[in-house]
Design a protein around this ligand. Structure first.
Ligand code: SF4
Ligand code: SF4
Ligand code: SF4
Length: 317
């Protein structure tokens, strides 16, 4: 990872020096263990702060919409999927964007790491090959990196950026995308599914971190913020209203969701949002053989049609 950080710094400095871009969006060291933070480098000195490690979890596509200046972005597979989807929606001008792509093997889930050390405070973490060493006052625990990755990353098949101007690191071998947890959830009875979703939605504090972390959520006024009409209550004390919020959010993502997991990672209450978002991703894949942000050339699936589409109710002989 140190080598990748160095290569990213060099690439960023060259782009800034040659005035090919005005800004490089990437990651810098966070102020807490197991954290990296989005970082904006406008000078070559600032480019020295750019890093790449197992904590670069934010989807940086979120910082690229409607920018006027020329921007470079350090982007992993799921960031680039969102970028491609946003280019198609005219939110990002590809001509003004330089993509420093980084093949990604997954990001470490702080909650899983904390669980592994019995909830104790982690003061340092070191990656050694496929192991993570977690250190704190009076303890040092080793764990398998693969087991500490976010669930989204464990099932991710698209760590390789699908488009880039420069690639830092070797492309990863192909994997099959898995929807096992969506299938397991779908196999439950309607009553069981309803009970699980109700319990999840009870936990929601309506902080909107999920919405704000999502690169594809960019309406100027979200329906939940409207006062006239007021679609749902402003408070989080109704699990039904919370489910309406998530239901509408997921419908807005149909055929657009980059399956990056940023919404679930951002949720402070640990709500399994992927049960909903990935159901949408799976349905669109099953019905239209389409996964958002994978092909820069095709049209967004719900902006297009073929007479083969399985929507007979729309057509009359
Ligand atoms: S979802 Fe895939 S590309 Fe995104 S952080 Fe996880 S492994 Fe990397
Ligand atoms: S981030 Fe979690 S708690 Fe906050 S609004 Fe979204 S689902 Fe609710
Ligand atoms: S809905 Fe969630 S998983 Fe989908 S693009 Fe937005 S943040 Fe990523």
């Amino acid at each position: 990872m140190q080598e990748q950080s160095k290569l990213i710094q060099e690439a960023a400095k060259k782009l800034l020096e040659e005035k090919k871009v005005d800004l490089v969006v990437g990651f810098a060291q966070g102020s807490l263990p197991l954290r990296s933070t989005p970082y904006f480098a406008r000078t070559t000195a600032e480019a020295d702060n750019l890093i790449w490690d197992e904590y670069c979890e934010n989807n940086l596509a979120n910082y690229l919409r409607k920018r006027e200046e020329k921007v470079a972005v350090v982007a992993k597979g799921c960031d680039v999927r969102a970028i491609v989807a946003l280019i198609k929606e005219n939110q990002i001008n590809r001509d003004n964007l330089y993509i420093i792509g980084v093949p990604c093997q997954g990001m470490i889930d702080r909650k899983k790491a904390k669980k592994q050390v019995g909830g104790k405070e982690i003061l340092a973490a070191e990656i050694s090959g496929e192991e993570v060493v977690l250190k704190g006052k009076g303890f040092e625990t080793k764990g398998a990196k693969a087991e500490l990755l976010y669930d989204t990353c464990q099932r991710c098949a698209y760590g390789n950026p699908v488009i880039y101007d420069q690639l830092i690191g070797e492309e990863l071998s192909a994997k099959e995308v898995s929807f096992a947890e969506v299938e397991e959830f779908a196999a439950k009875s309607a009553a069981e599914r309803s009970a699980i979703l109700a319990a999840e939605m009870e936990k929601c504090i309506r902080c909107y971190a999920c919405r704000n972390a999502c690169p594809m959520c960019y309406c100027q006024e979200c329906f939940v913020d409207c006062s006239t009409p007021q679609w749902i209550s402003k408070r989080a004390n109704s699990a039904k209203d919370n489910l309406i919020f998530q239901g509408v959010r997921v419908f807005h993502q149909m055929g657009r969701c980059a399956d990056c997991g940023a919404c679930e990672r951002a949720c402070p209450m640990g709500i399994k949002l992927s049960l909903l978002t990935r159901k949408g991703v799976k349905d669109v894949k099953d019905m239209f053989n389409y996964e958002a942000g994978l092909n820069p050339e095709d049209k967004p699936v719900l902006n297009d049609f073929t007479t083969e589409d399985p929507q007979a109710f729309l057509m009359k002989e």
